[in-house]
Design a protein around this ligand. Structure first.
Ligand code: UDP
Ligand code: MG
Length: 312
């Protein structure tokens, strides 16, 4: 008999959790001849009654386990903590808001057991119910990161996936603090089957991702999985040195041949501003990477647990 561990990061999900639980239990019932289940909820420092809801679920169902963080560490940390806790030979990670429909779990199971994949993942093909501007930037993001990075990231790829124990262990071995799971899942390799699905609306509560947070997250993703911006800075730096050298030579010869016609104040200002700007930009890129290295070298924990089901 297989054991499927369902990992669910939860941040302020008191309203969605009861719906989620009902649906996932239905799937577990449907698959009761093939697999046992455990549900690992990771309460990522919620400010609402999420942890109370989890305690109640645990009391009535011993398959429910939970890990409660001491504060909000982010979805990436919550997934990591969940994977660390899994005991099943198969693991699924999914959102608590039913935007990741549990009905795909039997299909994922088949993909791994019968078709021999290591991972069956979902990708969103239509972004209905999402602001147009957000979809636009999302598509640009996939374009940019796939150009810059050797790690291929499938457009619309969701975290929602089922993985074998081996793949989960590989993901856990990547213990970096700046976690970008879309990149991590791809970097570890393994055969992945993709299930396309259409976006569904949240069952309750609201999204925790503002545009600003998403933008910062996408920059994190690019700097975590690509050093191309660093190389670009050296390239642009060299280019501008060459341009400056040619410009200087031309001015020198011109002055020798024709004499100094007008005071070159405007040209000088333009060149200075431009080069100054480029320098600042490049220093900024260096700063991005150095700040990441600084955080990584501290080897801080990715999350801190305050309570689990063993405490009640
Ligand atoms: N989440 C989390 N920590 C956070 C933000 C989100 O654990 O800091 C969880 C959240 O509870 C949900 C999942 O991550 O289960 C996806 O979040 P959300 O639905 O807000 O994102 P969206 O679906 O809008 O991208
Ligand atoms: Mg959601």
């Amino acid at each position: 008999m297989d054991k499927i561990s369902i990992v669910v990061p939860c941040y302020n999900e008191e309203l969605s959790l009861p719906y989620f639980y009902d649906e996932i239990v239905r799937v577990a019932e449907e698959m009761k001849n093939e697999a046992n289940f455990e549900f690992i909820f990771v309460n990522d420092g919620s400010l609402d009654k999420t942890v109370e809801v989890l305690r109640d679920l645990r009391k009535k169902d011993s398959r429910v386990r939970y890990i409660s963080f001491s504060r909000n560490f982010g979805k990436e940390a919550a997934m990591y903590a969940g994977f660390k806790a899994v005991t099943g030979n198969l693991s699924v990670v999914m959102d608590a808001d039913l935007q990741h429909p549990p009905k795909f779990i039997p299909e994922m199971y088949k993909g791994i057991k019968e078709e021999g994949y290591d991972c069956v993942a979902t990708r969103r093909v239509k972004r209905l119910g999402e602001p147009k501007i957000r979809s636009f930037f999302a598509m640009r993001f996939y374009g940019i990161i796939n150009k810059l990075s050797d790690t291929n990231i499938v457009p619309g790829a969701c975290d929602y996936r089922m993985m074998t124990r081996k793949m989960v262990d590989a993901v856990l071995d990547m213990s970096e603090v700046n976690r970008f799971s879309k990149g991590i899942f791809s970097w570890v390799g393994f055969n992945t089957k993709w299930i396309p699905f259409e976006n569904v609306a949240r069952v309750a509560g609201e999204t925790k991702w503002s545009f600003k947070k998403l933008f910062a997250y996408s920059l994190d993703g690019i700097t975590a999985f690509s050093t191309a911006p660093l190389q670009a800075s050296s390239f642009i730096g060299i280019l501008f040195c060459v341009i400056a050298f040619i410009f200087g030579l031309v001015t020198f010869i011109k002055t020798l041949v024709f004499g100094e016609p007008v005071a070159g104040f405007p040209t000088l200002m333009c060149a200075m501003l431009l080069i100054g700007g480029i320098q600042l930009l490049m220093i900024g890129i260096l700063g991005q990477y150095i700040s990441k290295m600084y955080v990584e070298t501290k080897k801080r924990p990715i999350y801190i647990v305050k309570e689990t089901e063993e405490d009640i």
